[in-house]
Ligand binder design. Sequence first.
Ligand SMILES: O=C([O-])C(=O)C[C@H](O)[C@@H](O)C(=O)[O-]
Ligand SMILES: [Mg+2]
Length: 447
Amino acid sequence: MSDSPVIKSMRIVPVAGYDSMLLNIGGAHNCYFTRIIVILTDSAGQTGVGETPCHASTLQLLEQFRPLIEGSSLLRLNATLSQLFRSEARQQQTSHTNDIHIPQMNPEKFYNAAAAIEAALLDLQGKLFNLPVADLLASGKQRDRIPVLGYLFYIADRQRTNMNYQSGEHEQDGWFRLRHEAAMDSDAVVRLAEAAVEQYGFRDFKLKGGVQAGEVEVATVEALLARFPDARVTVDPNASWSLDEAIRFGKQLAGKVPYLEDPCGAEQGYSGRETLAEFRRATGVPVATNMIANDWRQLHHALQLNAIDIPLADPHFWTMRNANVVAQLCNEWGLTTGCHSNNHFDISLAMVAHLGAAAPGDRQTAFDTHWIWQDGQQLTRQPPQIRDGYLELPSGPGLGIELDRDRVEQAHALYNALPDKNRNDALGMQFLIDNWRYDAKRPSLVR
Ligand SMILES: O=C([O-])C(=O)C[C@H](O)[C@@H](O)C(=O)[O-]
Ligand SMILES: [Mg+2]
């Protein structure tokens, strides 16, 4: 024990990358997305890494946790993380919001910070024991490849903005070119899906909804199903449909989609958990959520109401270990395991791969990942690969990835050069619609 490695230093590195003009209820993704990389170095000279969404308050929290992490024993990871969870910062941030997809309104910075630290510690422990992180999660490694879905978006015309969206014009035809081009109708989204299948072999798709009128988005789902009759296709309108609309669209799609994600939310004095329970009863369509079951207390209420079938436990919102516990509960209680995602680099991709690899049982729906929008901007030497619709678990101990230090420094320099460092999806949207403002109950183009 006295020889066990000790954490010598914690480096907190905000980084930025490029994104397409992807539409959601919160507006249009900026041309830049930001993340935080935590790099721990231990007394044996090993490094462990974690990644999490970036926000100024998350950076502050990570700084606050530095004295707890530096000097801690790697073998006492449980005690260190327990201390973190007992900290005042967590007590102050227990409130959760439905606006989880609008990061500037998301108060879960404690979890974001804890998730990055926990992942980096697990990476180090894995290296110490020569085990993959999946084997350090309570259920242990169950598989080597994880089904993931093609996350499709309507894409706005970047040329209508003066923002620094990348063009992809130097790319050959195919996914890497198309992902930068406007895609505002079903035909264009089907073309995107075709290119994504060609590149990654997906059999599952999710359309990010909450953008156009519900009828239009349902028609896009049907167009995808017509083109890929054997695929599993769903839509996530981020609770922008009313309960009545959700039931109407749910009945239309019943039997055709494996689940609907947050089809409705809080309205007229009823909570999102209550309206989703009514939606399930009325339609029989399974419900996935990343909006109303994001901590133990919310999950408990959601399950008591029979409101959901698939908690999309994102390791960045729960931490990897807690998300694995959710997966264990899903397995024991007849629910389905899934995972939410935002734009991310390949360290998060590895975190998600290990989480999926450790989920027990076979009721696992294809995990979300936004990686296809960032593929090519890796911060590691050999990013995990998506082939044939599966994310392959990297081999090697820990998370199985090796940082590319040059690329990390470049991404850090890009972050430092950004004028506005916190995410604001209203900005791009205002080029499309004057004075556009977020409205939780209206798709972003319905104004
Ligand atoms: O509700 C969800 O699935 C998300 O939060 C995903 C986000 O909407 C993501 O697509 C984004 O960040 O725009
Ligand atoms: Mg969602």
